[in-house]
Design a protein around this ligand. Structure first.
Ligand code: FAD
Ligand code: 2HG
Ligand code: ZN
Length: 507
């Protein structure tokens, strides 16, 4: 069954490749004349280019050409950092006429190679567009420039007792426009849902420079097709998001978190069920970390958890958070859950730590949030971000480790760790493989192995990070030919010259 499906999708892939490459538009490189044109309406400090007359050294462009993992590297000569939507519009109009490829870039924290050029496309950084445009403390509607850093927005609305509906480990660098463009999930999705629900409106500059002003703050608007949804998760392939209107929820009055050690992975599902039953509306996060991920977080100083004796015999960990309106009420509920867990005949947990102070609350979260950073210190990381049934998380991590062992790649000079962690509440596993270096041997041991495994569970090869440059060839594992074809037609309508983030999402 799996074999015939895979063979069919390979055939489809070849056919689509052939069709597409015959129609691939040719894009032009940026020249000094283009720079002279941009200099007519952009301040000098908004243009970084190795071309004359700007002529900065390539090292100044390096950080924009390289992604967070150090896995993808472009060779762009030019970064533009406009300050206004009108400037973005003029840039796009020019690039559309000149057939210059454009890569919109936010905080450059993306994990699928979508935020850096594959060749010498122009990099359009939104980092100079970082003003809050308005905030309504009653409705919670926040309207901000796309370049606002997620954490700054959190700080901006905190005095009004509101929080952003999303939170992620990269909050100090990622931008709201990047979050929208990747449809980022993160640590609060269980409670506040996805950005498809909380984004109220968008301002987008289309590839030909037209400004689509859809910055509504209305909760309800059923006037035909909901165009903003197309740009949420489009990864910069349909236009440049310049403004975001987003619904921010009221801040919970009380939050608690607890880290629980589990003797076996088998207990994760029953624990999740019990937590939902006992905590119901106050359960706001249920995150999973396997033993190796936990140990790496501790090793690299990402938070403090349990003592060595306490974690003895633990196979994995769960970080559970509650957010509610009344401290005593929430603590009572949480304590009843913990007592039930510890006093049962076959306890689901061996031990746990309940945070006792705001500092400890942050420290426990760091054990989970800090895993990507910790893994990055162990070498180069292959990252798979998949949706599969929760019960299969461990099976997938183990099968991947076994596959690498079979290929003779599980040793210090090749693959150092195979770990699993992620958002259990959302059915989203992060499978990370820390290696000494990115090599073709490791890659071909992992792919299509992991994608075929995911397809066998009818899962998704990208739960929250997107397709970017990494998974264009694998999109068919999770999307039908009909759906891919419709996506191509949508792309053609918005971007007939194929200048927006070329060769990302769709090959
Ligand atoms: P970038 O990386 O700059 O760009 C990402 C994509 O969006 C690119 O394709 C780019 O072209 C496009 N883009 C960016 N800005 C715009 C714009 N204004 N208009 C049009 N297109 C644009 N992701 C999650 O979903 N959940 C997590 O929990 C999570 N945790 C992370 C933790 C760490 C430590 C790191 C490094 C990353 C994590 N990520 C997570 C991935 C990443 O942070 C998110 O995808 C984030 O939303 C990207 O935002 P950014 O501003 O950095 O975008
Ligand atoms: C997280 O949940 C992020 O920590 C990053 O989505 C996951 O690095 C990863 O694989
Ligand atoms: Zn995640």
């Amino acid at each position: 069954m799996l074999h015939s499906r895979t063979a069919a999708s390979r055939l489809l892939r070849c056919a689509t490749r052939w069709q597409h490459s015959s129609a691939q538009p040719t894009l032009n490189s940026i020249t000094s004349d283009d720079i002279a044109h941009f200099a007519q309406f952009l301040p000098q400090n908004a243009i970084l280019s190795t071309l004359s007359p700007i002529s900065v050294p390539p090292s100044e462009i390096e950080q924009y050409n390289t992604d967070w993992m150090g896995k993808y590297r472009g060779s762009s000569t030019t970064v533009l950092r406009p300050q206004t939507t009108e400037q973005v519009s003029k840039i796009m109009k020019w690039c559309h006429e000149r057939r210059i490829g454009v890569v919109p870039q936010g905080g450059n924290t993306g994990l699928v190679g979508g935020s850096v050029p594959l060749k010498d496309e122009l990099i359009l950084s939104l980092s100079n567009m970082s003003k809050v445009r308005s905030f309504d403390p009653v409705s919670g509607a926040l309207v901000a420039d796309a370049g606002c850093i997620l954490e700054s927005l959190t700080e901006y609305i905190a005095p009004h007792d509101h929080i952003m509906p999303l939170d992620l480990g990269a909050k100090g660098s990622c931008q709201i426009g990047g979050n929208v463009s990747t449809n980022a999930g993160g640590l609060r999705l269980l409670r506040y849902g996805s950005l498809h629900g909380s984004v109220l409106g968008l301002e987008v500059v289309l590839p030909d420079g037209t400004i689509l002003d859809n910055l509504s703050t209305l909760r309800k608007d059923n006037t035909g097709y909901d165009l903003k949804q197309l740009f949420i998760g489009a990864e910069g392939t349909l236009g440049v998001v310049t403004g975001v209107s987003i619904l921010t929820p009221a801040a919970p009055r009380t939050v608690n978190n607890v880290i629980l050690a589990l003797p076996t992975f088998e207990n994760v599902l029953p624990l999740f069920k019990l937590a939902q039953q006992h905590l119901s509306e106050i359960l706001s996060a249920f995150e999973f970390i396997d033993r190796t991920a936990y140990e790496l977080a501790v090793k690299h100083g990402q938070g403090k958890g349990l003592s060595d004796e306490e974690i003895e015999g633990a196979e994995c960990f769960v970080l559970l958070e509650t957010s509610g309106g009344k401290k005593e009420h929430d603590e009572e509920k949480l304590n009843i859950l913990l007592e039930t867990l510890l006093e049962s005949d076959q306890p689901l947990i061996t031990t746990g730590v309940l945070s006792q102070s705001p500092a400890q609350f942050v420290s426990l979260w760091k054990l989970r949030e800090g895993v990507p950073e910790a893994v990055s210190k162990e070498g180069k990381t292959y990252k798979y971000d998949i949706s599969i049934p929760i019960a299969s998380f461990k099976e997938v991590v183990d099968a991947t480790r076994e596959q690498l062992r079979r290929k003779g790649l599980l040793h210090e000079d090749a693959v150092r760790h195979v770990i699993g962690y992620g958002h259990v509440g959302d059915g989203n596993l992060h499978l990370n493989i820390a290696a000494a270096a990115y090599t073709p041997e490791i890659e071909s041991a992992l792919e299509p192995f992991v994608y075929e495994l995911v397809a066998s569970y009818k899962g998704s090869i990208s739960a929250e990070h997107g397709i970017g440059a990494m998974k264009t060839h694998a999109i068919h594992y999770s999307k039908s030919g009909v759906a891919i074809n419709l996506m191509r037609r949508i792309k053609q309508v918005f971007d007939p010259h194929g200048i927006m983030n070329p060769r990302k999402v769709l090959e």
